[in-house]
Design a protein around this ligand. Sequence first.
Ligand code: 5GP
Ligand code: MN
Length: 326
Amino acid sequence: MGLIGPEEMAAAFDTLEKARTVVIATHIDPDGDAVGSALGLAGLLSKRGKEVAVYDRDPVPYNYKFLPGAETVSDRLPESCDLLCLLDCSSRERAGEKLAAWRGAAKSLCIDHHLTAATEADINLIYPEASATGELIYELALALDPDFGADVAVNLYTAILTDTGSFRYSNASPAAFAAAGDLVRRGVNPWDVTQQVYESHPLARIKLLALVLETLEISPSGQAASVTVTREMFAATGSNSEFTDGMINYPRSIAGVEVAFMVRETGDNEYKISFRSRGRVNVAELAAEYGGGGHHNAAGCRMRGTLAEINRRVFSLIEERLGSAS
Ligand code: 5GP
Ligand code: MN
């Protein structure tokens, strides 16, 4: 009844069963779905006696450190392994240069739900209809270990919770709610997870938010809005990029705004752009034109140039699309 068809499920099951050593890798700047689905799968495979390493270029953000197994995530890769599982992204590039260059895995399995997914791996389980990669891991979990316990459950619940914006976005499907219900039955405490994920911010984050909100710009039509985060703001508040999670929701929350974006300075003339749409504009397509990707309503890419140039460019790209979308 799930999204993963019987043949794909059999192929994934067989591949996972045959592997003894597994590396699970996910994208840079990991979010709740990346961390939760990687640790959920790691928990399932460890229980089946496999030697599992969870790889991420970047550290686990502070609000996901409570997840069972979070302390095992590292930026080290073994010489070799039987299987590489790439989760919540579909190209090694998206997991950083080091993973892209690594040739240590005999086989690869990708599990992802992005609209712009590639099919680079030997086996690709790509379902854009899935609310989160965590929902796909949940389906796998039911096949691998139907009695999986609370540790795996809290990882998968957090993955689905965060990628659906706490079950508020259009991807909050009946399947997402059903999985969440079952995960709560298995021992997840929703209020505990809420507090860890959304209500444990360091003071520095709120100070950063105050600076970021001052940068708010809105287009003459009132349909596009942006905020900006610079390295100077990080330095002034003692924060870093992991503190910006969720800030893009402020410009989108303004009545009449169809598309919001956040520009974050990552280096000299190097910026990360995050997009959020209400639905009229497919921002995954927009981001893909600049080498990025994502979902219809949430996507990202990188751009080079000055802040003023990038702001101007992105506002006009959005206005163009708002003009042609009806
Ligand atoms: P965020 O704006 O929260 O970083 O990302 C929103 C969505 O777009 C997420 O699903 C994320 O995985 C995807 N995304 C963000 N940046 C990139 C990027 O540079 N490349 C690709 N392929 N996807 C991205
Ligand atoms: Mn995801």
